[in-house]
Structure formats: C-alpha cells, structure tokens
Design a protein around this ligand. Structure first.
Ligand SMILES: NC(=O)c1ccc[n+]([C@@H]2O[C@H](COP(=O)([O-])OP(=O)(O)OC[C@H]3O[C@@H](n4cnc5c(N)ncnc54)[C@H](OP(=O)(O)O)[C@@H]3O)[C@@H](O)[C@H]2O)c1
Length: 342
C-alpha cells in the first residue's frame, strides 16, 4: 500500500525553509501481529518540529537522520487491528510519523476519550491543553496575582492564559502582532497584551503589571525570560514550557543566554521545567477539567485548519512567523461518518 510521508530533506540552516522537508512515497507493509494500522485524520503543527529537525538529541526523542520521516502528533482512525487493545474504528491520538498512514504497536497511541470533538482535540485537549494545564498547575497561581504568558496567542499559551483567568489571576499576554494582541484582549478577555515585535517589552510590562509579576508561563525563553526575571516579585513562580525564540539558529540559541538568573536566588523565584509526558497518567483528569471549562464557556480555543498533507511546509512556515491564531492543524483525511469510541 502506498503511503505519503514528510521526510527531512536537508538539515535546516536557521529559519525553517519549505524545501527542508519533502513529501515522499513509502510502501506500507501489511499489518503485523500486535500492530494497528492508523489512518491520519488530523496532524498537529508544532514549533517543536523545528527542534526535532536539528541534529541534537532533545532528550525525549533521538536525533533524526536526514531522509528520516518527520515526527508529528496525530489524531487518526484505526483501519485494521491485530492488537487486542484496539478495534477497527477506534479514534486514537499519539506521536507518529507525519504520514497518511502509520503502523503502531499500540504503545505510542491512546484512545481519544468518547465525546471529545475531534476537530478541537488539538485546540483544547491533546498535548496542547495538557501542557497548559500542568504548566499552570506547577506555578500554583493564586487569585489576585499577576500572570504573564508569552506566545499567548499560540496553542498552549492561549489555553494557559485562560486557565490563569479562571483561577482569578490578572493575565497579561505577549504576542507577535497587533491582531493577535487584539484577539487576546477582546476575545479571550486578557487584562492587557504586548506586541513584542513593535513594543519595548520591559517598559510595557512595568506599565501593564503595576504590582509586579507573580507567575510567568514561558513559551519563548531568551530576552523575554531575562526581562521577567528582573521584574518578577519575590517568591514568583515560572513554568519553563518552551523556548521558541531559540529554536531556529545557533546565533539565536547563543543570544538566548539568560543573564539574570541570580534574580532567582535573590528573590527566591522558583523555575519549573517540564515535559508534558511527565504527567501522562493524569491526562484524563486534565481532559475532563478542560472539557468542563469549555462546556461552561470559560475557555475558548483558536483553531486554524489547513487542508491537505501537501500543505505541511506552508503550515510550519506560517506558524513560526505568527501568521495564525491558536492551534494549527492539518486535515489529512476526513473524519469517519460515525465515531465509535466508548
Ligand atoms: N514542555 C512541553 O512538554 C511542551 C509541549 C508542547 C509545546 N511546548 C512548547 O510550548 C510553546 C508553545 O507551543 P505551541 O505548540 O502552542 O506553539 P504556538 O505558540 O502556537 O506557536 C509558536 C508561536 O511562537 C511565536 N514565536 C515564533 N518565533 C518566535 C520568536 N523568535 N520569539 C518569540 N516568539 C516566537 C509565534 O507567535 P507570536 O510571535 O505571536 O508570539 C508562533 O506563532 C513552544 O515553546 C513549545 O516548544 C512545550
């Protein structure tokens, strides 16, 4: 059976270029004993792809050789199962190849809980909602405190910001365009938003956070993290979720050195680095809580849907250049007419 998949065509030099990856045909072997054949329905587009294309070992995934198929986070339907834990028609999610079909031994996929709207899976749930949920939990924000979120109009950031509001915090977002800043204040109800591309972040933080910063959800690292360390209150808590400002070039990475870490000593600031899979056994709890917030209209998701597996390079490019709102998902094939997950 023919199967198209994105492969690393060349090692990216700096900013992601669309021809760094190529769509190639692979022959898919027959489903073996213990295996499951999954047809991809949705493919989540993540900034981590840029990191996964480097030669570096990122600790939770091995370095990928040139020519290797790209990894991606997918939602799919089981077309054939020779694994007793899965049945034909099950809707599953997991980390797989960025391909039309994947063969899985069942260890890298999980059944999507019944009743979750599939199109919104990667907006509110999946690794996006869970990353936001557990990152906010690590910071233990209290009602009345000030929470700052960077990449606040992105997938993880927009959910983290709204959870902060639900918990009674005054939330200030940082994003890369006026449109995205407007979306944060007008649609998501944040107290203020700062455009880091056109405004002086340090000055704007002083202006929008008159009582200082108690908690910071860091998606970008680098200079923004440094600024926050300087302005954070005593006993502030920072969730180190990601450092997208350092993903593209060696120069960016080197320029991202944090100069004010001593502030963490002087002000007893707690820094919490984490990978969402640290909390894998608590995903059902996060899904349930987020579903309740969403049903109550307390949390909204932004979704940019891009049609066709051929559009993956454009989607990655646009994501990294702040052209989208919220979570970016590529529709690879149609949802089944009837969803059978129980
Ligand atoms: N710890 C974990 O387990 C875990 C799991 C998933 C994701 N993450 C991390 O969470 C963060 C957000 O991920 P996401 O999937 O929700 O992506 P996202 O925030 O939806 O997309 C990335 C956004 O980053 C911003 N950006 C790009 N280049 C930047 C730069 N040089 N400086 C500052 N901002 C830049 C852009 O938005 P603006 O320019 O508008 O801000 C871009 O849209 C990433 O750092 C990711 O690696 C961590």
């Amino acid at each position: 059976m023919d199967n198209r998949s994105w492969v690393i065509a060349k090692r990216p030099q700096g900013i992601f270029q669309r021809d760094d990856i190529a769509l190639e045909k692979f022959e898919l072997p027959a489903t073996g004993d213990g295996q499951v054949l999954v047809r991809t329905i949705y493919l989540s587009i993540d900034p981590a792809y840029r990191v996964w294309m480097n030669e570096a070992d990122v600790a939770y995934l091995p370095p990928r050789p040139i020519g290797d198929q790209m990894w991606g986070s997918i939602v799919g339907v089981v077309e054939e199962s020779r694994n007793p834990s899965f049945a034909k028609g099950d809707i599953v999610a997991g980390i797989s190849r960025q391909a039309e079909y994947n063969l899985s031994d069942g260890n890298d996929i999980m059944k999507v809980p019944a009743g979750l709207p599939l199109e919104m899976y990667y907006v509110l749930y999946g690794h996006v909602g869970t990353t936001a949920y557990f990152g906010v939990e690590l910071m233990n924000p209290q009602a009345g405190e000030t929470l700052v979120v960077s990449s606040a109009a992105g997938g993880v950031g927009s959910i983290a910001a709204q959870i902060g509001s639900i918990q009674g915090c005054r939330v200030v977002g940082i994003a890369g365009s006026d449109d995205r800043c407007r979306w944060l204040t007008e649609e998501l109800g944040l107290a203020a938003a700062i455009n880091y591309r056109t405004q002086d972040v340090a000055e704007q933080l002083r202006h929008t956070c008159p009582d200082g910063i108690d908690t910071y959800f860091d998606n970008v690292g680098g200079a923004t993290l440094d600024t926050i360390l300087l302005q954070a209150n005593r006993n502030a808590r920072i969730a180190l979720c990601g450092m997208v400002s350092t993903y593209n070039t060696k120069q960016e990475y080197e320029a991202s050195a944090v100069h004010h870490l001593m502030q963490a000593v002087l002000k007893s600031i707690k820094l919490y680095g984490y990978i969402v899979t640290d909390f894998l056994d608590r995903y059902p709890e996060a899904f349930e809580q987020i579903r309740q917030w969403a049903d109550a209209g307390k949390i909204k998701g932004g979704l940019t849907m891009v049609d066709g597996i051929e559009q993956v390079p454009e989607a990655i490019d646009n994501l990294l250049n702040s052209k989208y709102f919220g979570r970016v998902v590529v529709r690879v094939s149609e949802e089944p007419a009837k969803i059978v997950n129980k």
